[in-house]
Design a protein around this ligand. Structure first.
Ligand SMILES: C[S@@+](CC[C@H](N)C(=O)[O-])C[C@H]1O[C@@H](n2cnc3c(N)ncnc32)[C@H](O)[C@@H]1O
Length: 239
């Protein structure tokens, strides 16, 4: 799969403003603190999403986000896509009642480590125009999500895997020191990751039918901040 780099410099889009308003780290202007302590992460994702979504934002779409934490990204998407039906999913159900109060949002449970859980959500609510995976960020979970959701994306639609690490060596070192309990790669993939680029890791794992519509985007912004994680890369599948 090809890798493209886009530098947004200081750009502030409508979606960046909404991300800032609601406090999701998808926006490079996020001011909310990181849940693990310290300043909040700030990805340039809202610049990229505004590019690909601005001409369809008033359409009646079906949108699935996997991994919603405190619902900040869902509040953002709910306002940006007022005519769409947004399915908010997580393996923690704490935001269910809050999010179900939004007129265009439905919360449901998903566990991306469980293939049947992913299949249930897709068969109950799909097909979708946009799917965003912002859940565990574990390599094998991301592969499982791709293999089990892409067929539920409508023609002209998108599947986006967020938070792809740009340099697994920096991440693995930082990860080992700071987040000992979080295993983003299983031991086999961690060994493999030492020898190939992060893109190659996905290329090795995914079948041709998935790879033919996938592109990595390395996104840059002067205000982005993801120390140690270096995960401003997304993997976009366009149907
Ligand atoms: C980075 S946060 C999501 C942030 C949110 N999308 C935003 O922009 O504000 C990751 C979320 O993934 C969820 N998660 C972690 N592991 C998961 C799993 N196995 N299945 C489903 N969700 C999971 C966590 O509970 C957490 O809410």
């Amino acid at each position: 799969m090809e890798t493209k780099t886009i530098n947004y410099e200081n750009k502030k889009t409508e979606l960046c403003r909404l991300g800032e308003k609601y406090g999701t780290d998808k926006s490079p202007f996020n001011t909310r603190p990181f849940i693990h302590g310290g300043p909040g992460h700030r990805h340039p994702y809202t610049c990229f999403y505004n590019d690909i979504f601005s001409n369809i934002k008033l359409n009646k779409l079906k949108i699935l986000e996997i991994g919603i934490l405190q619902g900040k990204s869902i509040y953002m998407l709910s306002e940006y896509f007022p005519n769409s039906n947004i399915i908010a999913t997580d393996h923690v159900d704490g935001m269910k009642d809050e999010l179900n109060k939004l007129p265009n949002v439905t919360f449901d449970h998903i566990d991306v480590s469980n293939i049947n859980s992913i299949k249930n959500i897709c068969s109950n609510y799909g097909p979708f125009d946009i799917i965003i995976d912002d859940s565990s960020h574990k390599f094998n979970d991301q592969i499982r999500v791709i293999e089990n959701t892409l067929k539920y994306v409508n023609k002209g639609g998108f599947l986006i895997i967020e938070d792809i690490m740009e340099d697994k060596n920096i991440f693995l070192k930082y990860n080992n020191e700071k987040y000992k309990k979080m295993t983003y790669f299983n031991s086999e993939d961690a060994t493999l990751a030492n020898n190939v680029s992060i893109e190659e890791l996905y290329n090795l794992k995914l079948k041709e039918e998935y790879k033919k519509c996938g592109t990595f985007y390395t996104l840059r912004h002067n205000n982005s901040y993801t120390p140690g994680w270096n995960n401003n890369k997304v993997l976009l599948f366009s149907k």
